[in-house]
Design a protein around this ligand. Structure first.
Ligand SMILES: [Zn+2]
Length: 318
């Protein structure tokens, strides 16, 4: 009996700890945010079921300040740049579906979805993005609100935006992909390791290699490369960081960094990186290995030297 009471008390404590962890998490609020009071739904149960986009929400999200957009990449031309720490979504909570006791944000932890978004936009037409709907959990799409990339972690008071058109998917792609990687997908799997599998599901062929010389050759042949700069020696951050190798031009490798910043001073001790503009940096070709990249996912835009796909470690994934 004593054991049962102890077990019961432990359970109560555990549940209490989970709830307080959620309550204590720094979920942002803003008085400027439209809330569910603008809709007839007032009960908490009804609020939790909100999965539509009102015109006011569309206007609200589209009119937020942003640093995202087309930029000119030497040797490549226009590419769409996404910042994980974009003012439009950097405060959004980005946890996976199993994380209750920690709180991450897109701004702090969203390098993988933002880099993946840049890769996809570089190599696939916008129509491809609509396929993402088929992969969402129960086909319900990817609703998000001002505070969270998925309803699970919303404070429960915010109206949601549900991307439906290809333009909406394109505009908010890092949020959509972060939800997918966080577990809003049909298999309920989580993690950045889903990125490659997702490319395959989107019918985007790629090869994977750990050899920087293979990656450099591919880059020179017109490929775009999704890659992870790891270890504490990375010039980009203190920990692992996903970036996109965008081009190799006149002796320089151009890199799209999803973390929008105007200095790498704390990390880039060897002065490997040169900022062209925040979000776009370059490194000398001979410093390729100093980028500390441990894996390269090589993708060729449509019509670009697809024959070179046979150069990787693996066969082509489709
Ligand atoms: Zn919310």
């Amino acid at each position: 009996m004593k054991r049962l009471i102890t077990l019961f008390l432990t359970l109560i404590l555990l549940i209490g700890a989970c709830l307080s962890a959620q309550a204590d998490s720094p979920v942002p609020t803003s008085t400027a945010v439209p809330t569910s009071t603008a809709t007839p739904a007032t009960s908490s149960a009804a609020t939790a079921d909100l999965k539509f986009t009102t015109e006011s929400m569309r206007t609200f999200f589209y009119n937020r300040d942003t640093v995202c957009g087309y930029i000119d990449v030497p040797g490549r031309g226009e590419m769409y740049y996404y910042a994980q720490n974009d003012p439009a979504w950097k405060i959004m909570r980005y946890n996976n579906i199993n994380e209750l006791r920690r709180s991450y944000s897109l701004g702090g932890a969203g390098c993988c979805p933002a880099a993946l978004a840049m890769l996809i936009r570089a190599v696939a037409p916008e129509e491809t993005l609509l396929k993402l709907n088929d992969f969402s959990y129960k086909g319900a799409g990817y609703p998000f609100c001002i505070c969270s990339n998925m309803p699970k972690y919303c404070t429960g008071k915010h109206e949601r935006f549900l991307p439906e058109t290809k333009e909406e998917f394109a505009h908010f792609l890092p949020i959509v992909l972060s939800a997918y990687l966080g577990g809003n997908n049909d298999s309920r799997q989580i993690g950045n390791s889903l990125a490659r599998a997702l490319l395959a599901r989107l019918d985007i062929p790629f090869i994977y290699t750990q050899k920087s010389e293979v990656a450099l050759d591919a880059l020179k042949n017109g490929a775009v490369i999704f890659s992870n700069s790891g270890t504490t020696m990375s010039p980009f951050t203190r920990s692992g960081h996903y970036v996109v190798l965008a081009s190799c031009y006149e002796g320089y490798i151009y890199v799209l960094d999803p973390y929008y910043r105007d200095s790498y001073e704390p990390f880039d001790k060897g002065n490997v990186l040169e900022i062209i503009q925040p979000g776009l940096v370059r490194a000398k070709e001979e410093n390729m290995k100093k980028l500390r990249i441990s894996g390269f996912v090589i993708v060729y835009p449509e019509g670009v030297n697809a024959d070179a796909l046979s150069q990787g470690d693996d066969s082509v994934h489709q």
